[in-house]
Design a protein around this ligand. Structure first.
Ligand code: URA
Length: 236
């Protein structure tokens, strides 16, 4: 990782302060003063700040229950950021693994480990995301079966050239289904139902991989090591 990032992860310095320290020649890597903030360093390098050895903080892996009306972003936009409920240091270093729309609720994963989030989001990994979907138009069990078959084969979303990957749909009630997808295209669930002549009125993510949402709205918790590793195994 970059030297300025390493400093941020191992001290209380923000990025600007880390860069200033590097330019002020306060930082050595393996005994050599380094003044270029973009220098790549690795965990086994000896990095000293004013003579003191630094150790990068471990990556963070967090599960959150997103309420409606919040945006999946580090900063407030038109709507408040989901991170207003996350009382941890340096939220600016964190990112969201697979964003949800403002009106969507449910399971969101948050981390500062880019490799881990890439493994979860890239479609070739087949990591399942399970959504509970309320629809505006009721479906009989026969029409639900037709929709389920269509989603299993893949559906063409408006403006796209490639069919969606196979998705499974289970009907819960005339207006309600559970949908499992392995991609994360823009507004994918809403657009899949639009493609079959229906409209999503509410959307809730219940599960990612084997991880189920187990905290109440606005709450969060750290993942266990086993849960973190379950996603890495998933990618193999
Ligand atoms: N699909 C959508 O349409 N919206 C979401 O928030 C997530 C998946």
């Amino acid at each position: 990782m970059r030297l300025d990032k390493f400093l941020c992860k191992s001290t209380a310095l923000c990025k600007q302060e880390a860069i200033q320290s590097i330019h002020a020649k306060d930082v050595t890597v393996n005994g050599v003063v380094v003044t270029d903030a973009s220098t790549q360093v690795h965990e086994n390098n000896t990095v000293l700040l004013n003579g003191e050895r630094l150790k990068a903080r471990d990556f963070r892996y967090i599960l959150m229950h997103k309420p409606a009306g919040t945006v999946c972003s580090n900063v407030d936009e038109v709507y408040p950021s989901l991170f207003r409920y996350l009382n941890v240091d340096k939220v600016s270093e964190l990112h969201i693994v697979g964003r949800l729309d403002v009106d969507t609720t449910g399971l969101v994963l948050v981390t500062d480990d880019g490799r881990w989030s890439f493994d979860i989001t890239r479609p070739s990994n087949g990591c399942q995301k399970v959504y509970r979907v309320q629809l505006s138009r009721p479906m009989s069990s026969e029409s639900a079966q037709v929709v389920a078959d269509t989603f299993l084969k893949g559906v063409l979303l408006q403006g796209e050239a490639k069919l969606t990957l196979p998705a499974t749909m289970e009907q819960i009630a005339p207006h309600e289904v559970r949908l499992t997808i392995t991609e994360g295209r823009f507004h994918q669930v809403k657009r899949m139902f639009a493609a079959v002549g229906n409209r999503v009125v509410s959307l809730h993510r219940e599960q990612i991989g084997n991880l189920r949402l187990d905290v109440v709205t606005e709450q969060w918790r750290y993942l266990t090591l086993k849960e973190v590793e379950s996603f890495r195994n998933h990618s193999n």
